[in-house]
Design a protein around this ligand. Structure first.
Ligand code: MUC
Ligand code: MG
Length: 381
């Protein structure tokens, strides 16, 4: 077997992690946080052959949603992950990620951004889109829903009507769990009544209910014609999720409860979910997401392409991964860039006819707008 020598590798020369604060088009209310802006952690990975790979690690509401904060992700990359990668072979993505696995436990969001940057660079090096690098896209457009989360029922209905008329979205996810179960159900039911059969309506409780509240709430939501219930109970309480999945006909989706393949295995074993929400960040990268999806596939669990409300780089990275999945029964929620008032990429992702269109250029197929990046980076002079 021929072993790559130091001379034959394309070394990773520098890695920069940049905090970028972008305003949202409106406040976005979730059970655990209200977002007025989104912070992206953008990774620029430069290689000895002059190629630069881009990646993104983004979370929601500081530390209120996930285990990693934007500032913590930058610190982890700067202090631990980047030093472990400098001088390593940029073309060996699995080798680089194995090295990161040795120097750091967890820290999946940070690792995901670096894996994306390596894959983007390798795609550019070989002149192929990232999805091609992964084995090929089985679809070049991805259905995308929109989340109604203004906090106001009438405003949400207006927003949904406009987006339906524009043919941008025909599925709407409602963020609930902040108010009482009865208030939430009244809000959701009013929106479903207004939209009728013209739109599919789903809810995401983001772990806010206990099992008794969930049983009451889901029964009423089922009657109201809601199509899918996402993460009603706390992520650690897998048995509760399984009891709810067994009790109701409306499908139950695991989101926070399913990060990697190990979670997927356990949920599959206990019948803990009908659907898995996949996200590259919580799985530690695209390959981790694909492994999680494979477990779902093997167990007959339907799949859904989730988001951490990433900007364009992270969203398109996920899109390349989701495009390669054999089944994606519930479509995606890759609308993150549309929630942002402005962007840091030269050409924003294309959304048309209820779908996100996969860029066709090499790697991610995305380029930074340097002026915008300079304007929105937190450490700007
Ligand atoms: C989540 O939990 O699914 C996805 C859409 C949205 O509005 O928030 C995210 C997080
Ligand atoms: Mg969710």
């Amino acid at each position: 077997m021929k072993v790559a020598t130091q001379q034959s590798i394309t070394a990773i020369e520098s890695i920069e992690a940049i905090l970028v604060d972008l305003p949202t088009i409106r406040p976005h209310q979730l059970a655990m946080a209200t977002m007025q802006r989104q912070t992206l952690v953008i990774v620029r990975l430069r290689c000895a052959d002059g190629i630069e790979g881009l990646g993104e690690a983004t979370t929601i509401g500081g530390l209120s949603y996930g285990d990693e904060s934007p500032e913590g992700i930058k610190l982890t990359i700067d202090s631990y992950l980047a030093p472990a990668l400098l001088g390593q072979d940029a073309a060996n993505v699995h080798g680089a990620m194995a090295r990161l696995g040795k120097v750091a436990r967890g820290n999946r969001f940070a690792k995901s951004a670096l894996e994306t940057a390596l894959l983007d660079a390798q795609g550019k090096r070989l002149g192929v889109p990232l999805a091609t690098l992964l084995g090929g896209a089985v679809r070049d457009t991805l259905p995308v829903l929109w989340t109604l989360a203004s906090g106001d029922t009438a405003r949400d209905i207006d927003e949904a009507e406009r987006l339906l008329a524009e043919r941008r979205h025909d599925t709407f996810k409602l963020k609930i769990g902040r108010r009482s179960v009865r208030e939430d159900v009244a809000h959701v039911s009013a929106i479903k009544r207004a939209l009728g059969e013209r739109a599919r309506v789903t809810v995401d409780v983001n772990q806010a209910w206990n099992e008794a509240d969930a049983a009451t709430g889901i029964a009423m939501l089922e009657t109201a014609g809601i199509d899918l219930i996402e993460q009603p109970t706390p992520r650690e309480q897998r048995a509760a999720l399984a009891r709810l999945a067994a009790r109701f006909v409306v499908p139950i989706m695991a989101d926070e409860a399913v990060c990697g393949p190990e979670d997927a295995m356990e949920l599959a074993r206990i019948g803990g979910a009908d659907v898995f929400a996949l996200k590259i960040a919580k799985s530690g990268g695209i390959f981790g997401m694909l492994r999680t999806a494979a477990v779902g596939d093997a167990a007959g669990i339907a799949l859904y392409g989730g988001t951490m409300l990433e900007g364009s780089i992270g969203t398109i990275a996920a899109a390349h991964g989701f495009a390669t999945l054999p089944q994606l029964a519930w479509g995606t929620e890759l609308f993150g860039p549309l929630l942002l008032k402005d962007d840091i990429v030269a050409e924003r992702p294309v959304y048309r006819d209820f779908a996100l269109h996969l860029p066709q250029g090499p790697g991610l197929g995305m380029a930074l707008d340097e002026d915008k990046l300079a304007h929105y980076r937190r450490d700007r002079a």
